[in-house]
Design a protein around this ligand. Structure first.
Ligand code: A5P
Length: 215
């Protein structure tokens, strides 16, 4: 039985599918909201080349008949669309609840337009922990100590075989925390996405899809 949240995710995803144009090179994120995007996109029967951020997205995209190619082969993307765990009014995101945030950040950075699709429960006044971390297995204990407070998450590895952990302290200024985490050896990538990376946020709400244009 679909919940209100499911309906909101679907509405945001369907609105995002309409932003894709024939011939576009498209980045596809990961997660339950993106799972609503893919059928909506496939139903439009456009000619697209898609870069994917996880095996799960790749499987579903191929099953639906979407053309998938390696990101390096496609190069710059016209648009990338992805979900998020938290979105603030000024456009900061936390991503990585599905352990794919490193690939998602690479794909978002490759896109001329990065569109975020969320249900209303993902809209937060300010970011709160946890912040997902992808970390190398080598020296993982030390990396976690340097990132304290942080803990390994009990989930499968990232799509690239690294460990997934969470930073559990206060976020405070997200730019400062992002800089600190980026400067910590052993952290491959953290789940803080800056507003400069985000072009539109589509929020599914009880009364329709609210669009926040950022860049
Ligand atoms: C995947 O690693 C995440 O960044 C997801 O994009 C995020 O967790 C949102 O997932 P849902 O769409 O499943 O809520």
């Amino acid at each position: 039985m679909p919940t209100d949240t499911d309906a909101q995710k679907r509405a945001a995803a369907e609105a995002a599918a309409l932003l894709v144009a024939d011939g576009d090179r498209v980045g596809l994120g990961t997660g339950s909201t993106v799972a609503y995007l893919l059928p909506a996109l496939a139903a439009r029967r456009l000619t697209l080349r898609c870069a994917v951020t996880s095996p799960a997205t790749e499987d579903l995209a191929r099953t639906l008949g979407l053309e998938v190619a390696p990101l390096d082969e496609i190069g710059e993307l016209d648009i990338a669309i992805d979900g998020a765990d938290q979105v603030t009014p000024d456009g900061w995101l936390i991503k990585g609840g599905g352990a794919a945030h490193t690939r998602e950040k690479i794909v978002a950075a490759a896109a001329r337009r990065f569109v975020v699709i969320v249900s209303a429960d993902k809209a937060f006044p300010a970011l709160t922990p946890p912040v997902p971390l992808e970390i190398l297995r080598f020296g993982a204990r030390l990396t976690l100590e340097r990132s304290a407070p942080a803990a390994l998450r009990d989930v499968p590895l990232s799509p690239d075989g690294n460990l997934i952990a969470d930073y559990l302290g206060e976020v405070g200024d997200p730019a400062e925390l992002a800089a600190r985490l980026s400067a910590t050896p052993g952290i491959v990538e953290h789940g803080l996405f800056p507003p400069a990376m985000v072009h539109d946020v589509l929020v599914g709400t009880a009364s329709g899809v609210e669009r926040r244009a950022l860049n």
